[in-house]
Design a protein around this ligand. Structure first.
Ligand code: ZN
Length: 327
């Protein structure tokens, strides 16, 4: 590793950044840096994919306490050979396009970023064994809408129960869905995932691991360099693990995530995910959350006037309430 970066690092990172600033203008200082993406994080060590090679890296000092999370697009210098013992340095983290967050529970003010730059949140739910829990699905949907991710309902074990009842709950929200059965064909799911960065969330027993292994056949041994270094047999951190799909795109498995704390979600922000409903709230009193108990909400007026689908308003309000519901 060369020392020539250290003298530049400080002024480079203390300079305020503007969103619109073209990144290329910053690049010459690290002109031999390579682009990479973070695929897993474990105890301050990062596994990146750089040019198709898995590379172990640490943060460079000038990044300070700036977090680096799975999905981050980074610039990296140093030994990117991926050979044993090689350690590269992350010198820059690109502006994130999306950020999927959670809080450990609703009273926990500490929010954690699960994944950066994802485009879709696939909520994996079994149709039976275990029974679906709409409250949990609602909470995951709220997290998706809040983060600007396209939600996808992935309903497994359709050989045990029909999806109709559950789908009826989400139809008016327009949530896309795909149904799989045990041992069945995954063509439709693959199509939904192709070319996207999809985070898969789901409780134990719903078949998420089975899906991951079917979608990425080498997933079970693709646990990252981190574990080769620490000697641990499997990915045990609560963070996420990003895997490339054979046909393009990525899935992010979230083995340690069992619940979505939503303390970070601002209720008044949720409606922005539903532009047609948002339009009808222009005359709402200041501070209106658009919930069912608001006295003068424009959504009620819109339903009365036949401009809004009552089912859609009810479903939106159910999501809004899920922000506060116990889980
Ligand atoms: Zn309102």
């Amino acid at each position: 590793m060369s020392g020539r970066y250290s003298e530049h690092d400080h002024e480079h990172y203390e300079r305020p950044r503007r969103r619109t600033r073209p990144r290329t203008k910053e690049r010459p200082r690290y002109d031999d840096a390579q682009d990479g993406v973070v695929v897993t994080v474990d105890r301050g060590r990062f596994t990146l994919v750089v040019d198709g090679t898995r590379v172990l890296a640490m943060k460079s000092r000038p990044l300070g306490r700036k977090g680096v999370v799975v999905g981050d697009r980074v610039r990296v210098v140093g030994d990117t050979s991926g050979s044993e013992g090689a350690l590269a340095r992350i010198v820059e983290v690109a502006e994130r396009e999306t950020v999927l967050r959670r809080t450990a529970d609703d009273d926990d003010p500490v929010e954690r970023i699960i994944v950066a730059n994802a485009t879709q949140l696939a909520v994996v739910t079994a149709l039976a064994d275990p029974e679906p829990r709409p409250g949990l699905i609602d909470r995951a949907l709220v997290a998706a809408y809040d983060a600007g991710l396209q939600p996808l309902l992935c309903l497994t074990k359709a050989d045990l129960a029909a999806p109709d009842t559950l789908l009826a709950t989400y139809r008016s929200l327009g949530v896309p869905w795909v149904v799989t059965r045990r041992g069945g064909d995954l063509a439709e799911l693959r199509e939904r995932l192709a070319g996207r960065v999809s985070v898969l969330v789901g409780h134990s027993g719903v078949g998420k691991s089975t899906l991951v292994n079917a979608l990425v056949p080498e997933a079970h041994r693709d646990v990252g360099l981190v574990n080769a270094v620490t000697g641990r047999g499997r990915h045990t951190s609560t963070s996420a693990l990003m895997l490339a799909l054979p046909g393009g795109g990525f899935i992010v498995d979230t083995p340690g995530i069992r619940s979505f704390g939503l303390a970070h979600v601002r209720p008044e922000h949720l409606i922005e995910a539903f532009p047609d409903l948002d339009e009808m709230t222009e005359d709402c009193p200041r501070g209106c959350t658009h919930g069912a108990d608001e006295p003068e909400c424009g959504l009620d007026q819109a339903v009365l006037e036949g401009q809004a689908d009552p089912d859609r308003v009810t479903s939106f309000r159910r999501l809004l309430a899920a922000r506060y519901a116990a889980y």
